[in-house]
Design a protein around this ligand. Structure first.
Ligand SMILES: C[S@@+](CC[C@H](N)C(=O)[O-])C[C@H]1O[C@@H](n2cnc3c(N)ncnc32)[C@H](O)[C@@H]1O
Length: 278
């Protein structure tokens, strides 16, 4: 049975299959499409921006980031420098602009994002650095670095180094990401993916965000094609995340779980304090 039909059956019958069939008919690439270097060659940045703004639980994820940031900074926190690492379409920068006086900068490896920043009325004044965090130097030390939705796109073997690099460049590091419920076998992982992706795709359909349903279906297919692990969207469980941090001697001071984790996944927000006296 073709993969689309298999996934369609897992979500449920009826209208959901429209999205999956529609996806194949449009001829989007399947194996190995999304790689961290050129994310927006495969995913149109305007569509990305709209779909992520409406992503289930994204508001709660942002609130958890703000909570941890202000818990550490205190209020007021004018003058504190914050880097949005893997900024994409700059939603985190825009969100942070609501906290008076923060000095916000952004980094992303993909040149499409720099162009997007320069064209966007809310972002054109945000200093932007086109940098690969895994290869080049982050330009300076910040009071805080926030990285939302990036970790699961970093190739699995590079993840400990990714966390370490961020922690070497800020007193406070907040990594927020979509994750899977805990698993210990490939089969269990697959079941969690089935639960989480079915939930997200059903929600996207209920909210009539067709393009989000399409994108999430793409990512789900990576699990079945086993092309997810090398930067192609490999979501992790909080325990696996903590293990990655432990490999470079780091331990988060808090790890918040947001969402209906029993369906198979949700969002998590991990906080590292690298300079307790700051
Ligand atoms: C799914 S998007 C998340 C964008 C944004 N943070 C958000 O929450 O909407 C992942 C982003 O991370 C960037 N990225 C991935 N690996 C990177 C790296 N090694 N250095 C810099 N940016 C990276 C990608 O280019 C992409 O913009």
């Amino acid at each position: 049975m073709p993969l689309s039909a298999q996934l369609s059956k897992l979500i449920g019958s009826g209208q959901e299959s429209y999205y999956l069939v529609g996806l194949d008919q449009k001829g989007l690439n399947l194996p190995g499409v999304v790689r961290n270097m050129n994310y927006y060659e495969e995913v149109n940045i305007d569509i990305y921006d709209k779909t992520i703004a409406c992503h289930p639980l994204i508001d709660a994820c942002n609130a958890s980031i703000a909570y941890r940031l202000l818990e550490h900074f205190g209020i007021p926190c004018a003058g504190k420098s914050v880097l949005d690492a893997g900024a994409g379409s700059g939603q985190m920068c825009r969100f942070l602009k609501g906290i008076p006086g923060l000095i916000i900068e952004a980094i992303d490896v993909d040149p499409t994002t720099e162009d997007y920043f320069r064209r966007h009325p809310e972002l054109k004044d945000v200093p932007f650095h086109c940098v690969d965090i895994l290869v080049e130097d982050i330009p300076k030390h910040y009071d805080a670095i926030i990285s939302r939705g990036v970790y699961h796109h970093v190739p699995k073997t590079d993840r400990p180094r990714f966390i370490k690099t961020l922690c070497e460049h800020a007193d406070l590091v907040i990594i927020a990401d979509e994750g899977l419920s805990e698993y210990s076998t490939r089969e269990e992982r697959r079941r969690n993916c089935d639960g989480w992706y079915s939930f997200i795709i059903r929600e996207a359909r209920r909210r009539e965000i067709v393009q989000l349903a399409e994108l999430e279906t793409e990512f789900w297919k990576h699990e079945y094609l086993e092309t997810a692990e090398d930067g192609g969207d490999f979501k992790e469980s909080p325990t696996h995340f903590i293990e990655d941090a432990g490999r470079v001697g780091l331990v988060p001071v808090s790890l918040d779980r947001i969402g209906p984790w029993k369906v198979g996944g949700g969002f998590f927000t991990a906080t590292f304090i690298t300079n307790p006296s700051s």
